[in-house]
Design a protein around this ligand. Structure first.
Ligand SMILES: C[S@@+](CC[C@H](N)C(=O)[O-])C[C@H]1O[C@@H](n2cnc3c(N)ncnc32)[C@H](O)[C@@H]1O
Ligand SMILES: Nc1nc2[nH]cc(C(=O)O)c2c(=O)[nH]1
Ligand code: SF4
Ligand SMILES: [Mg+2]
Length: 242
């Protein structure tokens, strides 16, 4: 069996972001990213600081670890990263999860297509706004939505844009305008990734959530949108592995 670079496996927890927010889930976080967002809250997956944590695992080994941690108490697994879409051979893991009736979520930025995306129940595509320092490849992004548009309606895809400033907000609107049929989420950006003062962080993030909501309320051009915080940041702050 081929191996997958895994940097952490954790859960059960709740999905703190986007289209299935609140969902009880396990997480598998793959190592490596083709981006280097200025504000990445998981930079240990690609900046070398988490190198010692990377384990090459077979799909069977990942499944064993999920069972060891979660027992029979989960029915959903979220694969995030890094960018899981860098990994071609996620097929075996996906097959094992499906054999066990586990629903699958994936978090990726829309910079790469993989065939296994056809089989993901809840696929979140999160293109990166200007504040990240990254540039969007619209050919790849459009190709992903084009390929996924005829899937069975039990499968879902969404767009989730993190917003830090006005330029990000304008970018998000432009993305929504390009792909109006894709369910569209705005997410509050966390600009304090190192604090351990959760009480202060929570107040700060709620202030930012408030400001983003106000902006959307006033904006007649943005109608079909869901505005969310990172729920896990409000519950656990910057703690890793939750
Ligand atoms: C760490 S990324 C991993 C998956 C994939 N590389 C991606 O970016 O979609 C998971 C999600 O966290 C979001 N994210 C990363 N840093 C963030 C921050 N500082 N504040 C809010 N969301 C953040 C990303 O935009 C993405 O939607
Ligand atoms: N609880 C929880 N929800 C999340 N949603 C997306 C996450 C991610 O880092 O991809 C994440 C995470 O790390 N924890
Ligand atoms: S694409 Fe995702 S994992 Fe990669 S640097 Fe950006 S936020 Fe981090
Ligand atoms: Mg995260």
């Amino acid at each position: 069996m081929s191996k997958i670079p895994v940097i952490e496996i954790f859960g059960p927890t709740i999905q703190g972001e986007g289209m299935v927010v609140g969902q009880k889930t396990m997480f598998v976080r793959t190592a490596g990213c083709d981006y280097s967002c200025s504000w990445c809250d998981s930079s240990f997956t690609w900046d070398g600081s988490g190198k010692h944590l990377i384990v090459q695992m077979t799909a069977e080994e990942i499944w064993s670890e999920l069972k060891r941690l979660g027992g029979s108490g989960f029915s959903f697994v979220t694969i995030s990263g890094g960018n899981p879409a860098l990994i071609q051979n996620l097929q075996e893991l996906i097959a094992i999860l499906k054999e066990h009736d586990i629903k699958i979520g994936v978090e990726t930025q829309g910079s790469r297509w993989q065939k296994w995306m056809y089989e993901i129940d809840e696929l979140t595509i999160s293109p990166k706004p200007p504040s990240s320092g990254m540039t969007t490849d619209y050919l790849v992004l459009s190709d992903i939505f084009e390929k996924l548009k005829n899937r069975n309606s039990n499968y879902h895809v969404s767009l989730k844009i993190v917003v830090f400033n006005q330029a990000d907000y304008d970018y998000a609107k432009q993305i929504h305008h390009r792909y109006p049929m894709i369910p569209f989420y705005l997410q509050v950006g966390n600009d304090d990734l190192t604090t351990t003062d959760n009480a202060r962080l929570i107040i700060h993030l709620l202030d930012k959530y408030h400001a983003l909501i106000d902006r959307v309320i006033k904006d007649e051009e943005l109608r079909d949108v869901k505005v969310l915080p990172q729920l896990h940041a409000l519950v656990w702050g910057n703690k890793r592995g939750v």
